[in-house]
Design a binder for this molecule. Structure first.
Ligand code: AMP
Length: 308
């Protein structure tokens, strides 16, 4: 499929194009992939999952919007990469039917919104602690995009695990009529999770940044020994790369981002290489309480954002 997607820039254009998607008999599901553009292999994976979920009768809608509401005053809103022509070409290759690429004025016609989504306690920790206001901005724009595009399904990457958990919580708490589908993290051959911000990394920065997935893998490999061993192994790798400035490394419950119990958990970390901030995570399965020797030794609270 390589038909050009329809491009909507205004809400009115989107409404008209969205209505046209319901004209099939019977119409298939609309699947939304929200992005900030500068599309890469991670987004490609989301688009291909979306295409499969949409099925032969359904349609994939991609939003491309660098949302000012989720950027802090000292963050990279102005220099965030914008590559709309290449993004649309990639969307065409992936069989996307409709691209919604609004301006900030189109998304926020009354200026900065006064009524926004409160992400609750899980939005205050880890990424929420290091980026105040970030998740309120993310959830507010996701809610607006869901209302504007009315998808049956919306697709999110596991790379942004806390975002995924909060979007799911918003869907539950606000009774949104949409199914959230997670997609596994895409990585380059060297192990670094693909990200629009990776293009800021010099070769030297990139070598430094690789300590992040290496630390997560080292932690993951010790999961059977318990959370203490996981964190110790990850921190050992991070300490060996002092040029990587670590914001946090923690083991959390994948749904609540609070303390992890036995069973599936997430090892999450954020760090800066050069001026570029990277986040990543890997799943771990923790043993039943008491089974991990290291846990007894450290005895720390399970979800503590253990600062490096
Ligand atoms: P962004 O454009 O960075 O806001 O990301 C848009 C969507 O793509 C989000 O759901 C992200 O979680 C997802 N995404 C970004 N990078 C990756 C990756 N490396 N693997 C899987 N999903 C990703």
């Amino acid at each position: 499929m390589s038909d050009q997607p329809r491009i909507a820039v205004t809400r009115a254009e989107l409404a008209a194009a969205r209505a046209a998607l319901d004209l099939g008999a019977p119409p298939g599901p609309v699947v939304l992939v929200p992005t900030m553009g500068a599309l890469h292999a991670g987004h490609e994976r989301l688009l291909s999952a979306a295409r499969t979920l949409a099925g032969p009768r359904g349609s994939v809608v991609v939003s491309i919007f660098v949302n000012p509401l989720q950027f802090g005053p000292a963050e990279d809103l102005d220099r965030y990469p914008r590559t709309l022509d290449q993004d649309v070409a990639l969307c065409a290759r992936e069989g996307v039917r409709l691209v919604f690429a609004p301006s900030a004025a189109e998304m926020y016609p009354a200026g900065k919104p006064e009524v926004t989504v409160d992400p609750g306690p899980a939005g205050q920790v880890l990424e929420g602690e290091f980026r105040p206001g970030f998740f309120g901005g993310v959830l507010t724009v996701v809610l607006k995009l869901l209302h504007l595009t009315r998808p049956a399904i919306a697709v999110f990457g596991q790379k942004d695990a806390q975002q995924l958990a909060l979007v799911r919580r918003m869907v539950t708490d606000l009774n949104l009529d949409v199914v959230i589908e997670p997609v596994p993290t895409a990585r380059d051959a060297d192990g670094l999770a693909t990200s629009s911000r990776n293009r800021y990394l010099s070769a030297a920065d990139r070598a430094v940044a690789l300590a992040l997935p290496r630390a997560l893998r080292a932690g993951q490999a010790r999961a059977v020994e318990g959370e203490g061993a996981v964190l110790a192994a990850a921190r050992d790798v991070l300490r060996a790369e002092p040029a990587l400035a670590v914001d946090y490394v923690a083991v959390v419950d994948p749904g609540t981002f609070g303390p992890a119990g036995p069973g599936p958990a997430l090892l999450v970390a954020a760090a800066r290489a050069g001026g570029t901030r990277l986040i990543d995570n890997m799943p771990v399965v923790l043993p039943a309480q008491g089974a991990g020797a290291q846990d007894a030794a450290t005895g720390g609270p399970a979800g503590d954002a253990a600062h490096h």
